[in-house]
Design a protein around this ligand. Structure first.
Ligand SMILES: *[C@@H]1O[C@H](CO)[C@@H](O)[C@H](O)[C@H]1NC(C)=O
Ligand SMILES: *[C@@H]1O[C@H](CO)[C@@H](O)[C@H](O)[C@H]1NC(C)=O
Ligand SMILES: *[C@@H]1O[C@H](CO)[C@@H](O)[C@H](O)[C@H]1NC(C)=O
Ligand SMILES: *[C@@H]1O[C@H](CO)[C@@H](O)[C@H](O)[C@H]1NC(C)=O
Ligand SMILES: *[C@@H]1O[C@H](CO)[C@@H](O)[C@H](O)[C@H]1NC(C)=O
Length: 849
């Protein structure tokens, strides 16, 4: 959370001017490199003879040599690395997965160029002006890496990449701005510099808490077919990103304060393959435990043990589904992490026991700043072992944060990282149990009372790494250690949940993120969608914004709309700062409580769909939350839409985002037909096949199901995800031309056993009269309780026959069930336990002549 400002409202505008958040002009390296254009590089022809993909570049002004390496990965991803030949090699960690597959290449060296072919791609290096052109040999997509410009000035570096025939750019989170990136030619570039920037602006290219330097260019060819490619700038230093839409191309200019040049060209084709190429480099989120998809209740802070239990009870008594209670900094003994304030929390174990009796989990906060106080065990161990971040002279760095004078753990030191992991063990983190999961905050890192509220550039890490070289990765490294600590704590038997504020490329492997210290305004409600969508394209699907806004108090109307939207964030947490009165759902008048409850129940009813989508994310790398342009790249109407979004392939959410709205303009991609989920009549759907303006009231949460899909749900909503585990699945079939298909994933929801094939992943297909469930992986199996409740079949055109029976074939026997026929829907109430997940049912009709 941000520091507390007492006079909140009046100074909001002044803050943005008094806090000088830097723009390009304020950073000499950016000012300098942004205007450079001429090249001083040539390629040393001889150096390429030995090995066609690595050689030497020569800077003709100072005769400095640079090593150039071009490699292909996973066949089609082109990696370009350039490093000063005699530069000191520092142990800067990589954001990449360890096991990048190096692809085979075929080269031919000419007197003034090289051609390297890997997979379906060619990289062509022109020796004269040092430019690299990659061509997709199938689609003919062309991307230029422009070396005709000074790439290195002092420690800093820049490079331009041009995507030909592209019109739209996406990605490079985290910014409080629209999904579709803006042209910065005559404006400020987007900035990547992780900062504790509370009260952040919307419609802004200023940096926020996290940085993921991956950008996608999207275009539609004259023939109408779309194409997408990407670029990943693997550099954790402060970076400015310019975007230029001239010449029917997207030109992106990365300008970094430090580091080596390490660029990946992500050939796509469609959006899915471009994102999948990125995810092959940096990984996907491991499957979260099911409870993490439930509702999280937080506040800065629940101050006592009683307070925590009172709120949990209040929610459960009020029949609001709930999975996790949160503890912000005040639970600690004087902001000493890994300790408890035993006056306020006299018996943490008893508290955790009661929470677990309620089927709840607890998340506690652990920040990277360590109170500088002899006798505090974490500080003592850090100091004695030299696990701290250092001043330039090697002494222990001190800055101010929540506990007052603090030192910071050096997560770049591998021994320090192991030690950090070990602190989460039950013997060091006293009075915690397996229901405790973790929140790493303030890890940009936040340092109070200094310029831009973070560490100075010359601060030193392990291996002589200067802070400026790795700034955007500090929080990422903390989450790496924390995640490992939580895995180790239960000897690898429990999936951890971890939330972080600062993040970088690859953080999805360890943690979920949220959008930080947002404000209770309609602008912040709206901007939460493009922030999370951009993160999702950048590999980080597990994203949400504080429901209600962290700063200030939302109006009742805004708060209700936020629950309705938040129910569709991948991560749903209500949180507020300590200036606010309590605002838990059960404190509101009954009518409003009803809407909070409905929103939460809608989320819980869809847990089987969420869980399946998360499984597919970790398996295939596709985002969980998606912009419409991801699923419908050929539809020119959706390029800029960030007021609607999709969860997986099949559910489209068009939330109400404006105060006093009684109408909503909904765009539904025309390639598909859509079924509208009415909130009032739980099982009432109507076909909506085009864009339209619909009237809305406070109960409206416009959610649409794609025709052709099968959505698994659990409609008996109980107090927590755990209580719903053995409930029957209801299958909602939305037939398009009599056809529909979907998937269903199940496992024990908490352990890593799914990695040893203890799961079922089912393909569900419907052809108009038969629905079939088949295991996709025949080698896997999970033997938990499994039952089918009701199946609802909606048709775009109701068949003209009267179905009387459904004959279920399962576990070696057949059973007949009556079919209930409604205006546009058939319903079959199976309510039966099924052992073998391969089963089917067939509709039998009576002819009506
Ligand atoms: C290029 O590759 C060579 C050989 O694999 C390696 O020794 C060198 O460090 C690499 N240079 C860069 C800049 O990655
Ligand atoms: C290489 O670049 C130079 C300078 O831009 C250009 O004149 C030449 O045609 C290029 N060579 C090839 C083979 O494209
Ligand atoms: C667009 O084309 C013009 C004329 O060739 C050129 O001067 C300009 O640099 C190009 N812009 C970009 C962003 O490449
Ligand atoms: C755990 O909490 C109890 C109070 O409930 C306290 O007496 C005890 O010292 C704590 N254990 C440790 C190892 O700090
Ligand atoms: C329905 O699906 C089947 C395969 O499940 C396919 O063969 C058939 O062409 C589809 N029919 C329509 C109308 O899409």
């Amino acid at each position: 959370m941000m520091r507390v400002f007492k006079v909140l409202f009046a100074i909001a505008a002044i803050l943005s001017t008094t806090f000088a958040w830097h723009v390009c002009q304020d950073e000499p390296f950016c000012k300098e490199l942004r205007s450079r254009s001429t090249s001083k590089f040539t390629v040393d022809y001889d150096s390429f003879q030995e090995n066609c993909f690595s050689g030497t570049l020569v800077n003709s002004i100072n005769n400095q040599n640079y090593d150039l390496n071009i490699t292909f990965h996973h066949d089609d991803v082109v990696r370009i690395r350039i490093r000063e030949s005699n530069a000191e090699i520092k142990p800067i960690p990589s954001a990449l997965l360890d096991d990048l597959v190096v692809g085979k290449v075929f080269c031919s060296v000419d007197c003034d160029s090289i051609s390297i072919v890997g997979g379906n791609h060619q990289a062509f290096v022109n020796f004269t002006d040092f430019s690299i052109t990659t061509t997709n040999l199938i689609t003919n997509d062309v991307i230029h890496v422009n070396g005709a410009r000074d790439m290195f000035v002092g420690d800093s570096l820049a490079l331009k990449v041009t995507f030909e025939n592209m019109q739209n750019a996406y990605g490079i989170p985290e910014h409080g701005d629209n999904l579709k990136l803006k042209d910065t030619k005559n404006d400020e570039p987007y900035r990547h510099y992780n900062l504790d920037y509370g009260y952040y602006q919307t419609e802004s290219r200023e940096s926020l808490y996290g940085s993921v330097p991956v950008l996608y260019a999207h275009g539609v060819r004259p023939e109408g077919e779309s194409h997408v490619s990407g670029v990943f700038w693997h550099n954790p230093a402060q970076t400015f990103v310019d975007i230029d839409h001239s010449n029917n191309s997207i030109t992106v200019d990365f300008i970094s304060q430090a580091g080596t040049l390490d660029l990946f060209i992500l050939p796509g084709g469609d959006f899915k393959s471009a994102v999948s190429n990125y995810v092959k480099l940096t990984g996907t989120a491991p499957l979260p435990p099911l409870f993490a998809m439930g509702y999280h209740q937080s506040r800065y802070s629940y101050l006592t043990q009683e307070d925590v239990l009172r709120v949990a009870k209040g929610l459960q008594d009020g029949e609001f589904p709930l999975d996790v209670m949160w503890l912000d900094i005040d639970y600690t003994d004087g902001k000493r992490y890994f300790t408890w304030d035993y006056n306020a929390f006299p018996d943490p174990i008893a508290m955790q026991y009661e929470l677990s009796q309620r089927n709840l989990r607890l998340v506690t906060i652990i920040d990277p700043h360590i109170k500088a106080e002899n006798g505090y065990f974490v500080y003592d161990q850090m100091r004695e072992n030299g696990y701290y971040v250092m001043n330039p002279d090697g002494t222990i760095y001190q800055g101010s944060c929540w506990p007052g004078l603090s030192s910071y753990v050096d997560f770049f030191n591998p021994d320090a990282l192991n030690w950090w992991s070990s602190l989460y063990g039950y013997s060091t983190y006293a009075n915690t149990t397996a229901i405790v999961h973790i929140w790493n905050d303030m890890n940009e890192p936040s340092v109070f009372d200094v310029e831009e509220k973070t560490m100075a550039w010359d601060i030193l890490h392990y291996g002589n790494i200067q802070h400026k070289e790795v700034h955007n990765m500090y929080g990422h490294m903390q989450t790496k250690g924390t995640y490992q600590g939580l895995v180790n704590r239960e000897e690898g038997h429990q999936r951890p949940f971890l939330l972080t504020r600062s993040h970088f490329a690859g953080t999805q492997r360890y943690a979920a993120i949220w959008t930080g210290d947002n404000i209770a305004t309609w602008e912040h409600l709206r901007v939460s969608i493009p922030i999370c969508l951009s993160e999702a394209l950048a590999g980080i699907s597990f994203c949400g914004a504080d429901v209600g806004g962290f700063i200030e108090r939302p109006s009742d109307e805004l708060f209700q709309r936020w629950y309705q939207l938040g129910a569709w964030y991948p991560f749903m947490r209500a949180h507020s700062n300590n200036e606010q009165d309590y605002r838990e759902p059960f404190l509101y008048p009954e009518e409003i409580q009803g809407r909070f409850r409905t929103a939460l129940r809608q989320r819980y009813a869809h847990l089987p769909y969420w869980y399946t989508t998360w499984y597919e994310h970790q398996r295939y790398g596709q985002p969980v939350m998606r912009p419409l342009v991801y699923n419908y790249p050929n539809d020119e109407n959706v390029n800029a839409i960030d007021t609607e979004f999709m969860i997986g392939d099949n559910i489209l959410i068009a939330p109400v985002l404006y105060e006093g709205a009684n109408e909503l303009d909904v765009y539904l991609p025309e390639e598909d037909i859509w079924f509208y989920l009415s909130n009032k009549e739980q099982n009432e759907f109507r076909v909506i096949s085009s864009s339209h303006v619909r009237s809305v009231d406070m109960d409206s949460v416009p959610v649409f199901y794609r025709g052709g899909s099968i959505i698994p749900r659990k409609d008996i909503v109980r107090g927590s995800t755990q209580l719903m585990q053995e409930d029957p699945y209801n299958l909602y079939i939305f037939a398009k031309n009599n056809n529909a298909s979907g998937t269903l994933y199940e496992d024990d929801t908490v352990s890593f056993s799914y990695q040893s094939n203890e799961y079922n992943y089912l393909s569900l297909t419907f052809d108009g009269i038969k629905m079939e469930s088949k295991a996709i992986d025949t080698f896997s199996s999970y033997n938990g309780h499994f039952s089918i409740g009701s199946v609802f079949i909606y048709f775009d055109e109701m068949p003209s026959v009267f179905y009387a029976q459904a004959v279920l074939t399962s576990d070696g026997s057949t059973t007949k069930y009556p079919v209930l026929q409604f205006e546009n829907m058939l319903q079959i109430d199976f309510n039966t336990v099924i052992e073998d997940r391969n089963f089917d049912f067939v509709l039998k009709y009576l002819s009506v002549n």
